[in-house]
Design a protein around this ligand. Structure first.
Ligand SMILES: NC(=O)c1ccc[n+]([C@@H]2O[C@H](COP(=O)([O-])OP(=O)(O)OC[C@H]3O[C@@H](n4cnc5c(N)ncnc54)[C@H](OP(=O)(O)O)[C@@H]3O)[C@@H](O)[C@H]2O)c1
Length: 274
């Protein structure tokens, strides 16, 4: 695995997402078993960064993750756990309550990283950051970040955060360059804020694109792995693919070892009009 080192923390370039673990917008008992197995195999494979949220399956993803970690006997300190507060909960008291809820479900006494899941124009960032800064001082969260933030709100968050703002988690993959166009990706790279790329492999034609296939074959890899390697080749970019499938989980984890040549990166950038 390759790592980013930021503010004294080593964080793996490739972590594991948990959207759909235990359900989507509600609990889905029919996928409880495959969800738990997916978490167990991810832990067995050596993933150490897990990304979850109170929103995922109404907190059930956090509960299953907590159980899988407890079951694995892996020490809490060797893991990096990210969770997120939902935009309806951004008033001061609600942030504190939401964090307590996540910690209880995960059966943990701290989170490594806590993110504002989406901005909420109706609640002032000042109020939300008052609570987030307090949670850091109390040791309940180690780092603060945001998700789906545009440049204006990102800059404001950086100013309001008493500790270095850790990440902006955004949708970012080969064809998706919304946040590049908005100037967010460059701003993060220039200001030591991690870009956590979500939905890194879920895009149209990934599996049939001839150029991607050609580069993949040269590395004895899959097109999915090349999409991940392209992302994490960039400084200050990490990613969090999700898969229920153990083989896919392993391929995603191993993608960190792929070294793309400058020419291959140029070919991909041209192909996706970057
Ligand atoms: N902050 C936010 O607002 C936000 C929004 C969306 C996502 N996220 C986070 O980002 C994580 C990842 O995003 P995502 O789940 O939307 O998309 P993703 O990880 O890009 O794609 C997941 C899909 O790709 C398939 N897949 C994964 N690896 C594969 C491989 N090596 N080969 C073939 N198929 C593969 C999976 O199917 P199989 O299960 O069959 O492998 C699954 O259907 C989420 O789980 C969540 O933690 C955050």
């Amino acid at each position: 695995m390759k790592y980013e080192t930021l503010h004294g923390v080593q964080i793996p370039k490739i972590g594991f997402g948990t959207w759909r673990i235990g359900g989507k917008r509600s609990i889905d008992p029919s996928i409880e078993e495959i969800s738990f197995k997916a978490l167990q195999s991810a832990l067995d494979l050596g993933y150490t960064h897990f990304d979850t949220a109170e929103f995922y399956a109404l907190g059930y993803a956090e509960e299953l993750l907590g159980k899988a970690i407890k079951n694995s006997k892996i020490s809490r300190e060797s893991l990096f756990i990210t969770s997120k507060v939902w935009p309806d909960h951004l008033h001061y008291d609600n942030v504190l309550k939401a964090c307590e809820g996540s910690l209880n479900r995960l059966k943990m006494d701290y989170l490594d990283l806590y993110l504002i899941h989406w901005p909420n124009k109706l609640i002032k960032l000042e109020e939300t950051f008052k609570a987030l800064n307090q949670l850091v001082r109390e040791g309940k969260i180690r780092h603060v970040g945001v998700s789906n933030f545009n440049l204006k709100d990102l800059k404001k968050s950086k100013d309001l955060c008493e500790t270095p703002l850790f990440t902006n988690q955004v949708s970012y993959n080969l064809p998706d360059n919304k946040y590049v166009k908005k100037g967010v990706v460059d701003y993060c790279k220039e200001n030591d804020i991690l870009v956590t790329a979500y939905t890194p492999v879920k895009f149209r034609n990934l599996n049939i694109n001839k150029t991607l296939k050609f580069i993949a074959e040269a590395h004895g890899a899959t097109s999915f792995q090349i999409a991940l390697a392209w992302l994490i080749n960039q400084p200050r970019v990490i990613t969090i693919p999700m898969s229920f499938n153990t083989q896919h989980q392993k391929e995603n984890f191993d993608a960190a070892e792929i070294e793309l040549t400058a020419e291959e990166i140029q070919t991909l950038n041209t192909l996706y009009k970057r």
